[in-house]
Design a binder for this molecule. Structure first.
Ligand SMILES: *Cc1c(COP(=O)(O)O)cnc(C)c1O
Length: 406
C-alpha cells in the first residue's frame, strides 16, 4: 500500500511557501534515532533534535507504538468531551511536578499565552484592574503570537506589527538589582526561562531565580517559568526548576513534551487554576487524544533515572570534546548550558559566524543549531548513542578544519 506523490525539491519552497524561513539546501525524508537521511540518500547525524523537540530521537519505538495505537482508536473529540490520554497525561505531569492542574494546547506560544492570561486574570480577580504589569528578561524568547513576542525580550520579533501588548517591561537577565528596581505593587508576574535557549543557551544563576521567587512573594506577583525549551528532561532533571530547587507558580512546557508531535501544556496550582473558570480560555485541538497519547509515552520513557542520568553523562561527553575543539581551533571561548542544551560560544575571531559553522557542519554530515549569531547550539536526542556523539563531533571537527583553512 503506497501512495504516489508528485516529486518536489528544495526549489519548490521558494515557489509555494511564505518566505519566513530559510531552510537548508537539502530535504530530510527519513529519520531513525539520531540519524537522518535526505532525498539523495545522504545520511546525517542530528544534534538539532528538531530544535529541542525530538527528545527521544526520530521514530522511537515507544512513541511510534503509542501514536499508531491511538491513531487506530480515537484522534480528536474536542473539549466538549474529555478523553483518557489527556487525563492520564495530566495525572503524570501533576505527580511529577509542583503542579495540581494542567491545561493542554498545541505549542509553546500557546502555553505561554495561557500562562500570561492566567497571571493577569489572577491579579485582576484578587487585586483589581491596576495590577497587570509583566516583567520579562532582555533577550528572552516566549513564542511568536503578539502577546508572546511582546513579552519576549527581542524587539526584532515584535517590531513592525502595530501596537504591542501594553504593560510589559524588560530587565537584563541574571541581574538581581535590575529586577528589584522594577518590581512593584503593579507587577502581576515575572516571567523567566531557567535557561535562555534562543537567547544564547544561558543558564540562570541560582541566586537570581531565588531572588525572583522572593520578590514575587513580597509583591503578590506570580513567578512564571517558561520551560518550553529547558523542560522534559533536557536539563538532566524532568524540569529545570527541579535542578535549581526554585518553584514557580506557573510553568509552560511544549517542544520535547510531544517528542515531535505538537502539544503544549501550562501547569499550575489548584488555587491559581480556579481563576480560569468555565469559558475563560480554550482551544479546539488542545489536549487531543493523539497528542496526549504520544506525550504520555514521552514522559514514561524520559522521567526515569536511567534516561535523566544519561543526559548528564552525555552532556559531559559533548562538553569535553567541544572544549577540546574550542582550544585546538580557537573557535569556542566557552561551552555552557545544562544537560543536553549546550551552547558553544564563539571566540572573538569567530564572532557572528554561527550560521557559517552550521552550514559547513551540514555539508560534513552533522546537523547543529545556532542561538543567535555567536553561539552554536546542540539540542540532541536525550538518548543519543555515545557512538553518534563521537561520530557527529568528528564530523564537526572536519567542518572546522575546512573553515580554518579557508
Ligand atoms: C520554542 C520556544 C517557545 C515557543 O514555542 P512554539 O512551540 O514555537 O510556539 C517559547 N518559549 C521558549 C523558551 C522556546 O524555546
Amino acid at each position: 500500500m503506497s501512495v504516489q506523490h508528485d516529486p518536489v525539491q528544495r526549489a519548490d519552497f521558494d515557489q509555494v511557501m511564505v518566505p519566513n524561513y530559510a531552510p537548508a539546501g537539502f530535504i530530510p525524508v527519513r529519520g531513525a534515532g539520531s540519524r537522518v537521511w535526505d532525498q539523495s540518500g545522504r545520511e546525517l547525524i542530528d544534534f538539532t533534535g528538531g530544535i529541542a523537540v525530538n527528545a527521544l530521537g526520530h521514530c522511537h519505538p515507544a512513541l511510534v507504538a503509542a501514536l499508531t495505537e491511538q491513531a487506530n482508536t480515537l484522534w480528536h473529540i474536542s473539549n466538549v468531551f474529555t478523553n483518557e490520554p489527556a487525563l492520564r497525561l495530566a495525572h503524570k505531569l501533576v505527580e511529577a511536578t509542583f503542579a495540581d492542574r494542567a491545561f493542554f494546547c498545541n505549542s509553546g506560544a500557546e502555553a505561554n499565552e495561557a500562562a500570561f492570561k492566567l497571571a493577569r486574570r489572577v491579579a485582576f480577580d484578587r487585586f483589581g484592574e491596576d495590577k497587570y504589569e509583566i516583567i520579562a528578561a532582555t533577550n528572552s524568547f516566549h513564542g511568536r503570537t503578539l502577546f508572546t513576542v511582546s513579552v519576549g525580550g527581542q524587539p526584532k520579533y515584535s517590531d513592525g506589527f502595530g501596537p504591542k501588548i501594553q504593560g510589559i517591561s524588560h530587565v537584563p537577565y541574571n541581574d538581581i538589582e535590575a529586577l528589584k528596581a522594577l518590581v512593584s505593587a503593579k507587577t502581576c508576574a515575572v516571567v523567566l526561562e531557567p535557561i535562555q535557549g534562543e537567547g544564547g543557551v544561558l543558564p540562570a544563576d541560582l541566586a537570581y531565580l531565588q531572588a525572583a521567587r522572593d520578590l514575587c512573594d513580597e509583591y503578590d506577583a506570580l513567578l512564571i517559568f517558561d520551560e518550553v525549551q529547558s523542560g522534559m528532561g533536557r536539563s538532566g532533571s524532568l524540569f529545570a526548576y527541579q535542578h535549581y530547587g526554585v518553584i514557580p507558580d506557573i510553568l509552560s512546557s511544549a517542544k520535547s513534551l510531544g517528542g515531535g508531535f505538537p502539544i503544549g501544556a501550562m501547569l499550575t496550582t489548584e488555587a491559581l487554576a480556579k481563576h480560569l473558570a468555565v469559558g475563560t480560555h480554550g482551544t479546539t485541538y488542545g489536549g487531543n487524544p493523539l497528542a496526549c497519547a504520544v506525550a504520555e509515552a514521552v514522559i514514561d520513557v524520559v522521567n526515569t533515572p536511567q534516561v535523566l542520568a544519561g543526559v548528564k553523562a552525555k552532556q559531559q561527553r559533548f562538553k569535553t570534546t567541544l572544549e577540546h575543539l574550542g582550544e585546538q581551533y580557537g573557535v569556542f571561548s566557552q561551552v555552557r548550558g545544562l544537560g543536553l542544551l549546550i551552547g558553544a560560544v564563539l571566540s572573538d575571531a569567530w564572532k557572528g559566524k554561527a550560521k557559517a559553522i552550521l552550514d559547513a557542519a551540514a555539508l560534513h554530515g552533522v546537523m547543529v543549531l545556532q542561538a543567535g549569531p555567536d553561539v552554536v547550539r546542540f539540542a540532541p536526542s536525550l538518548v543519543v548513542e555515545d557512538a553518534d556523539i563521537d561520530e557527529g563531533l568528528a564530523r564537526l571537527e572536519r567542518a572546522l578544519i575546512e573553515l580554518t583553512q579557508a
